[in-house]
Design a protein around this ligand. Structure first.
Ligand SMILES: *[C@@H]1O[C@H](CO)[C@@H](O)[C@H](O)[C@H]1NC(C)=O
Ligand SMILES: *[C@@H]1O[C@H](CO)[C@@H](O)[C@H](O)[C@H]1NC(C)=O
Ligand SMILES: *[C@@H]1O[C@H](CO)[C@@H](O)[C@H](O)[C@H]1NC(C)=O
Ligand SMILES: *[C@@H]1O[C@H](CO)[C@@H](O)[C@H](O)[C@H]1NC(C)=O
Length: 833
């Protein structure tokens, strides 16, 4: 025996490794050799892992000094057993000399010989095996070991939940990640068919479109996959209709060329936003024609189509019938002057284009004339009974957002009228009926059929998804203006066609996202459009985060640059990023990159309970598609984590005595595990950041799949000894001047009366002095100045103050312009042009 450097007195025989490190835990030695045998992690990683366990091993071994005979005997047996196990593990004759020597030394210990004699009774290894088999199963997880030592009663009000979380925490689920290409519903699984409203092909989507449909659907789809649901996420561009014809005329291309061009634009925007469709298709396909015509004939045979002559607006100067979108006039119901030919944006009522007062062709501004033409109508009144019955069931059992239910109810309350499904156009799915040979299907009959035809382009077995209401649950994501077509018109087509279609179970509709204090408008150049987001230099994940944080869930919300900078800096950087980064840094700096041993105290258990609660809230909300609300719980977990670190000060404790150091290691170990949990919860929202965190923590893939099962399971995925990767900051600060530049760039020309004091600088510069504006701005500057002073007095977070100061400076600059002064001199760098 000799004295090993970190022990003050002779102890059990230690294994001397080639690198000069001593191992004196049989458990550690065994693991080392097992690892070396199965070549799992690299040997050096394992060695430093083992090194980290040093202190605990001393604690374990200390009773061997003779105080507790029973324990001592047990320890000896364990060592004896383990020594054999090692030899067995290695399965080879050439046991390293050092191991052999260690084994011999253990076997020579008196206590060990006596214990072995007692237990084995001369039966050797077989006796050992029998003995071990009668013992309780050895506990494999460090977290569990340390937890079981500490069973004092708890203080937290929700004791059940604490216990619950504790048992879950220590239960490591080693299930393998299995990612398989999903194509068809599977027996015994939750089969989810998920659609996002089909974007119209010739519009570049703006942020409001993106959050309303594809991004929301993407978050839910990613979440569903983590939950282990069998899920198919379908979307594509809606390509037929007058608007495409028109665009083609404008750009001197054929409609098909326009569609090809813009389909690619959409696809690339969604790719940049990391929208993870299973398939992103289009409606101008053979499948669309086949399926739409099939549904048409089925409706026709069952007498759900009626013929009628309609009066239509025709613009003589443009030489064509005017589609609804190309007429504008006064709403006959509410007198709104800019009502469209199909619907009034103000009162939301449906309009027949010919009912508009003072109609105008939107292209040439001439007054159109009324002409009559024969059309086919879907007999909605005849289908109303069936629809009612189905709606009761679907809204009763599914997750329909409140606005979706309310909009649907108000449609039904007004009574359904037959709805025209044909149009006098060329660019569309042809109506197969010989009497209507020159016509195509109206886009609202045709477009939702796109969900089916796009799926058909994805798999020949599309009917397994779309004609399988028993096995499949259908989620439709959209903005609220699309609701009636998904809750009334399209279901009526499918009900009338009587072919066992899958109808929507969960209709998820957002409200509107505004831009600063106005609406997104392509024509006025206001707002951020999908293709511009990428060249702001702000990462896609940060865009996703902010849009989801703002998701108009239950009420309208507004995008604002200043708020984006604030959220980026306060929530992402100071809260989430800071916590995850600190947790990782402590492991790297204080524990050589290896997760230290955790011995949970009361306070740690309380944190576990809090985190467990937040996790369960997150899951409950996500299950109900409350995407924005669920995100708040993620942020609250890191808030709890930051507080916990702040209170426990591991950077101080690490320099203290044994018990302080143990405290530092528990706090660090628990924090880094929370960071791992956060990476999983974040995955649906910020996939790239989530991946980066897991890479930095070197987190096992399996943790992704286990934590979001059932009601949520926070497992100790990074057990003591786990080696993490290289830690670095996740987010950068967005500087005030950067935000200001962006605001200018995307602000567009806002109406002068807009209360938001943003992006008017250019206008003012052009117009010269503007006394009214100057008066408003003087007041705004005064108010903003007060706000900044108050925040400073309250010692608010630096990021908050910085953002508010930036706004103040901006206001002052605008004020100078409005007063006809030149704005404050900007520092000139380099030569002037
Ligand atoms: C749809 O499928 C057809 C036939 O398989 C194929 O030719 C076409 O390219 C597909 N279209 C799209 C948009 O995927
Ligand atoms: C509808 O389809 C499901 C599954 O594909 C089948 O089990 C069921 O019998 C069908 N129902 C009708 C009315 O055809
Ligand atoms: C999150 O924490 C904040 C601040 O502590 C609190 O105001 C808010 O209600 C919490 N949110 C949720 C969803 O629990
Ligand atoms: C937010 O953080 C990212 C990186 O973390 C940074 O690149 C970006 O400029 C920041 N600003 C905004 C508005 O998000």
């Amino acid at each position: 025996c000799r004295v090993v450097p970190f022990l003050s007195r002779p102890a059990l025989p230690a294994l001397l490794l080639p690198n000069g490190l001593y191992l004196f835990s049989s458990n550690a030695i065994c693991r080392l050799l097992e690892c070396a045998g199965s070549k799992l992690p690299s040997l050096s990683a394992t060695l430093s892992t083992l090194q980290m366990e040093r202190r605990v091993l001393v604690i374990q071994d200390s009773p061997a000094s003779g105080q507790n005979k029973c324990f001592s005997a047990l320890m000896a047996i364990m060592k004896f057993y383990l020594a054999h196990l090692i030899v067995h593990c290695l399965q080879r004759a050439d046991v390293p000399k050092s191991v052999q020597a260690w084994f011999d030394r253990v076997a020579a210990i008196q206590g060990c010989q006596a214990a072995a004699q007692k237990v084995l009774q001369g039966k050797g290894l077989q006796g050992m095996k029998n003995y071990m088999q009668r013992q309780p199963a050895p506990q494999s997880s460090q977290c569990r070991d340390t937890l079981s030592h500490n069973s004092s009663p708890t203080e937290v009000a929700d004791v059940d939940s604490q216990d619950y979380v504790l048992t879950r925490w220590s239960k490591q689920n080693k299930s393998q990640v299995c990612v398989f290409p999903i194509s068809l519903p599977q027996e015994g699984k939750r089969n989810i068919l998920l659609t996002s409203a089909l974007p119209y092909v010739n519009n570049v989507p703006h942020l409001g479109n993106i959050i309303g449909c594809v991004l929301s659907a993407d978050v839910f789809s990613r979440y569903g996959r983590l939950r282990g649901w069998n899920l198919l996420f379908i979307c594509g561009t809606d390509e037929y209709g007058t608007a495409t014809e028109n665009k083609a005329r404008e750009e001197g291309l054929t409609p098909q060329q326009i569609c090809d061009k813009y389909h690619a634009v959409h696809a690339s925007i969604y790719k940049w936003f990391q929208i993870d469709f299973d398939f992103f298709g289009r409606t101008t396909t053979k499948k669309q024609t086949e399926i739409a015509q099939d549904i048409f004939w089925r409706l026709h045979k069952r007498d759900f189509l009626v013929e009628d002559t309609v009066e239509q607006l025709r613009c003589e100067s443009c030489q064509r019938f005017l589609a609804d979108r190309f007429v504008e006039g006064i709403c006959p119901f509410c007198n709104y002057p800019e009502a469209r030919g199909d619907q009034c944006d103000k009162c939301g009522r449906l309009i027949n284009a010919v009912e508009l007062r003072e109609p105008q062709c939107k292209v040439c501004r001439q007054t159109p004339v009324i002409r009559s033409s024969k059309h086919l109508f879907l007999d909605l009144p005849k289908l109303e009974g069936q629809l009612d019955e189905w709606l009761d069931k679907s809204t009763g059992s599914g997750d329909w957002t409140a606005n979706a239910k309310q909009i649907t109810r108000s449609w039904l309350r007004d009574g359904l009228k037959p709805r025209c499904i044909t149009r006098d156009l060329k660019w569309g799915t042809p109506v197969p009926h010989p009497d209507f040979a020159e016509k195509v299907f109206y886009v609202w009959f045709d477009a939702p059929i796109g969900y089916l035809s796009i799926t058909a382009n994805y798999t020949d077995q599309w009917e397994k998804w779309w004609k399988n209401p028993q096995q499949v649950e259908l989620y439709n994501f959209m903005a609220k203006d699309n609701v009636p077509f998904h809750s009334v018109v399209f279901p009526c087509s499918l009900l009338g066609a009587q072919d066992n279609y899958t109808l929507v179970n969960h209709l998820v509709a957002t409200e509107y996202l505004n831009y600063e204090d106005t609406k997104f408008s392509k024509s006025r150049g206001v707002g951020v459009f999908g293709d511009m987001a990428q060249d702001t230099g702000i990462p896609s994940d940060v865009w996703r985060f902010y849009l989801l944080y703002l998701r108009p869930e239950g009420q309208d919300s507004a995008f604002s640059w200043a708020d984006m900078a604030l959220k980026n800096n306060s929530e992402l950087l100071n809260n989430l990023g800071n916590f995850i980064n600190r947790a990782g840094m402590f492991v790297s700096k204080f524990f050589d990159g290896c997760v230290p041993v955790m011995e949970l105290q009361q306070e740690d258990k309380r944190l576990l309970a809090q985190v467990g609660w937040e996790l369960r809230q997150y899951i409950q909300l996500m299950d109900k598609v409350k995407i924005r609300d669920a995100l708040k719980h993620i942020l609250n977990i890191s808030r709890h984590g930051n507080q916990y670190i702040q209170v426990n000060e591991p950077w101080k404790n690490i320099k203290g005595g044994d018990s302080e150091r143990q405290r530092a290691s528990t706090v660090t170990g628990l924090s880094v595990n929370i960071a791992c949990l956060l990476s999983v919860m974040l995955q649906p929202y910020m996939p790239a950041v989530s991946q980066t965190i897991r890479k930095q923590l070197n987190a096992p893939e399996s943790c992704i799949n286990t934590m979001l099962q059932g009601t949520g399971t926070f497992v100790c995925a990074l057990t003591a000894g786990h080696r993490i990767g290289t830690v670095s900051p996740l987010f950068q600060k967005l500087e005030a001047d950067q935000i200001e530049a962006l605001k200018k760039r995307f602000g567009g020309q806002q109406p002068a009366a807009a209360p938001a004091p943003v992006a008017v600088a250019e206008t003012a510069a052009v117009n010269g002095a503007d006394p009214e504006r100057a008066r408003q701005l003087t007041q705004a500057v005064a108010e903003q100045g007060d706000k900044v002073r108050t925040l400073k007095a309250q010692k608010a977070e630096k990021a908050v103050i910085t953002a508010e100061v930036a706004m103040l400076l901006d206001l002052k600059k605008q004020l100078a312009l409005a007063e006809g002064k030149s704005p404050e001199p900007t520092p000139q760098k380099g030569k002037k042009k």
